[in-house]
Unconditional design. Sequence first.
Length: 152
Amino acid sequence: MFKKLIQTDNDTAMSILRVLLGIVFLPHGLQKTIGWFGGYGFSGTMGFFTGTLGIPAVLAFIAIMAEFLGSLGLISGLFTRVAALAIGVEMAVAAYMLHLQHGFFMNWFGNQKGEGYEYHILAIAIAIALTVKGGGSWSVDRALATQGEQQG
């Protein structure tokens, strides 16, 4: 099971997708965990998720960790499939709960009440590709899988 989890091809394109998705999500994770980049930090985010959005505390915690730890996992390529799946699910939930009501397009000109869900579709598509294919050539997963093949 573990071997299948970390197995990945020597695919440069998957590495690029993985690292860039991780870089995009890291600032969001840092907003939610330690309050950088104008975020509210862990307790503020938990309060918003549980109080305002009505998300159960355990799911709110998982969402925060998906962005923070998931982004680090993607950047390094460690447990890429798990990190990508977590971010993909979180984006699907966010699109449904918060963005679907605002339509497809992002709020480029500030004339909507909120952001649409087009960004979420792209993030979900990349997450699906990474979940299926793995982290690619320059990943910890690949190094571990290759090391395991040499030893076994």
